[in-house]
Design a protein. Structure first.
Length: 262
């Protein structure tokens, strides 16, 4: 694990890096994509790069991390709608290259298996991008999720539903109790993992990611099991991380084209 600490717009840094990697790959790359407030700047900058002709999504393959269970198709609160309005409808990505877990399947266990097999059929995820919940969840992998879990149905913690209620008119009762999520086992197979975090509310989760025991009670701590994982965070999100850990893990610096390894 490495830490990239910045007071700059981390969405811009992440988007610049993804743009660089897409172009280096000749356009053909597999991305694991998240939703949530932290990621809105990231998507806004990707759209800006596309509008300037600096990147094309024509050959990009995407797999979204999760989706709510129980919403009507086309619901404005669904993560598919989030992605359509914040990225997919605004760039040249091919609809056939966009993938979501099938939350409407009669057999959700089978649907999860098929989602993971689809990812494998493209050679796995090249870059997994994600945020982190206050309780350390990645995607919707809540506390106690095994680190080898495949894509699966999950019951959401009340704290997660409360945090997400801002997208449901601040009504926690409108937030679904269940979701379908890319599992920790699937995530940890990604070639590269980049987690974005901002604000003091995420500071304990980032502390748990970096220090203390690696535990399923803090899913984000699994990043230490991955040889190519990064935390991109601001000072407030890193406020609980010790100076010793920061000095040990700070291995990246900002570059004109995004993130460059020293």
């Amino acid at each position: 694990m490495k830490i990239i600490d910045s007071e700059s717009d981390i969405g811009l840094i992440a988007a610049s890096y993804v743009k660089l990697r897409i172009n280096q790959a000749g356009g053909r790359i597999v991305l694991g994509l998240p939703t949530g407030g932290t990621m809105e700047s990231f998507y806004a900058h990707l759209i800006e790069f596309y509008a300037k002709g600096e990147v094309s999504f024509k050959e990009v393959i995407t797999f979204n991390l999760d989706e709510y269970i129980g919403l009507e198709r086309g619901s404005a609160e669904s993560y598919r709608s989030y992605m359509n309005t914040r990225l997919f409808d605004l760039v040249d990505i091919e609809p056939a290259n966009i993938h979501f877990p099938d939350v409407y399947a009669a057999d959700l266990e089978k649907a999860g298996f098929e989602y993971d097999k689809k990812i494998e059929s493209f050679g796995g995820i090249d870059i997994f991008l994600g945020g982190v919940g206050r309780n350390g969840h990645i995607a919707f992998n809540e506390a106690g999720t095994p680190f080898d879990a495949p894509t699966h149905k999950v019951k959401l913690e009340e704290s997660t539903r409360k945090a997400n209620s801002r997208f449901f008119g601040n009504d926690i009762n409108a937030v679904p109790k269940y979701a379908f999520t890319m599992g920790m086992g699937t995530i940890l197979k990604s070639k590269e993992i980049i987690i974005l975090a901002t604000g003091e509310k995420k500071s304990e989760a980032i502390y748990r990611a970096v220090e203390g025991n690696i535990s399923t009670q803090w899913p984000v701590s699994a990043l230490r099991l991955h040889d190519n994982s990064y935390i991109l965070a601001d000072t407030k999100a890193l406020s609980q991380v010790s100076s010793a850990s920061m000095n040990r893990l700070r291995a990246c610096s900002l570059g004109s084209c995004g993130v460059k390894k020293d």
